[in-house]
Ligand binder design. Structure first.
Ligand SMILES: NC(=O)c1ccc[n+]([C@@H]2O[C@H](COP(=O)([O-])OP(=O)(O)OC[C@H]3O[C@@H](n4cnc5c(N)ncnc54)[C@H](OP(=O)(O)O)[C@@H]3O)[C@@H](O)[C@H]2O)c1
Length: 325
């Protein structure tokens, strides 16, 4: 079987990543509770049991509380850390006072963010740090300098980006001696521009497609791991009530249910397996905190291996809602 792009960089990871955005209670700066830590413990156990060894955070999730509850859980059960790859992100800032929400790749901001991430998680080294969203004011040399300093101080082992085009990755990479090995993007049956961009070359229909040209090809060639955020599309194809949804969504949800029944698997495994069938070896970052749904995702890798070209196209075209050109 073809290896994951991350294997190229010496990282052996699970095909699924557990997204921790749902941990830690609400998005306020309020306190965390025992219940929040207990929830983190339960979902982490369920994820590890389902074979998921990679955990995705961001400094902003639940205003830092997602990392905080995860850190408290690790403090109580430090051995869990041995079998995990922990990834987090920085670079998005919330609004404060008159200053709106914004992005910040300045040296001091990134350094402070990483200090906060390590403190909340209660760890000394972060396995992977992603730059969360492109900052229009980013200076590649400044980013390279901070990355080098985080690497040499042993605070971060690997680096990556999120929501970036091939041009933006190249722009940062040419200044940095550390490779960017991950790009996390919104990709799912509900977010198909990553495929439509490639099939609509020279087509009128392609003018409404909004996915950076050549991004998948760039990631594939450079061994950059593509990760999919919101891969379950919040459950709209796998059991979430969808009254008022488009005909394409309803038909696709019905097709997912039919395939799941035929293959004796879960609807989640079909939705994720469809993504994982793509040659980029996409890593879905699942965000469910429901223990049954975490278990339901477990069969996704097997379903990706079993999925025929015909089934894959049936799902793609159904979710597009229009025939291919
Ligand atoms: N890089 C970025 O910019 C970015 C942006 C957003 C997210 N992310 C990452 O991606 C991860 C996943 O994102 P996500 O949570 O938006 O995506 P998701 O995995 O597509 O959706 C999970 C959400 O959908 C709900 N859901 C799933 N199936 C359902 C069903 N059948 N019925 C009802 N509800 C259902 C879950 O609720 P339950 O918990 O009740 O199952 C949960 O709220 C995050 O945790 C984060 O790590 C990254």
């Amino acid at each position: 079987m073809k290896p994951q792009p991350l294997a190229h960089w010496g990282l052996n990871t699970s095909r699924l990543v557990f997204g921790c955005m749902g941990l830690g209670g609400d998005w306020t700066n309020g306190p965390i509770t025992k219940e929040h830590v207990h929830q983190a413990e339960q979902v982490t156990e369920a994820a590890l049991e389902a074979g998921i060894s990679m955990f995705d955070h961001a400094d902003i999730y639940r205003s830092g509380k997602a990392e905080l509850v995860f850190g408290q859980m690790l403090k109580a059960r430090p051995s869990l850390r041995d079998n995990m790859i922990i990834q987090s992100k920085c670079g998005i800032r919330f609004a404060d006072g008159d200053v709106p929400g914004r992005y910040d790749f300045s040296k001091q901001y990134i350094l402070n963010s990483v200090e906060g991430i390590l403190k909340r998680l209660g760890i000394e080294t972060l396995d992977i740090l992603l730059l969360h969203r492109p900052d229009p004011l980013m200076e590649p040399n400044e980013v390279a300098e901070v990355i080098e300093s985080l690497y040499t101080s042993g605070k971060v082992k690997r680096f990556g980006v999120s929501n970036m085009s091939a041009a933006q990755i190249r722009f940062l990479q040419q200044a940095s001696s550390q490779p960017f090995i991950v790009n996390q993007l919104e990709i799912s049956l509900a977010h198909l521009h990553f495929l439509d961009q490639g099939v609509h070359i020279n087509q009128e229909a392609g003018t409404s497609v909004n996915f950076a040209d050549g991004l998948l090809e760039h990631c594939h060639t450079e061994h950059i791991q593509v990760q999919a955020w919101s891969p379950l599309a919040k459950g709209i194809f796998s059991g979430q009530p969808i009254d008022g949804a488009s005909e394409a969504v309803r038909q696709t949800a019905a097709l997912v249910a039919k395939l799941a029944q035929q293959k004796e698997t879960s609807q989640e495994a079909i939705v994720l397996g469809w993504l994982m069938r793509h040659p980029s070896r996409i890593q879905p970052v699942i965000g469910t905190t429901n223990l049954q749904r975490i278990v339901a995702c477990r069969d996704a890798e097997r379903q990706a291996d079993l999925m025929t070209r015909e089934e894959w196209y049936q799902l793609y075209v159904s979710a597009r809602g229009v025939k291919l050109p």
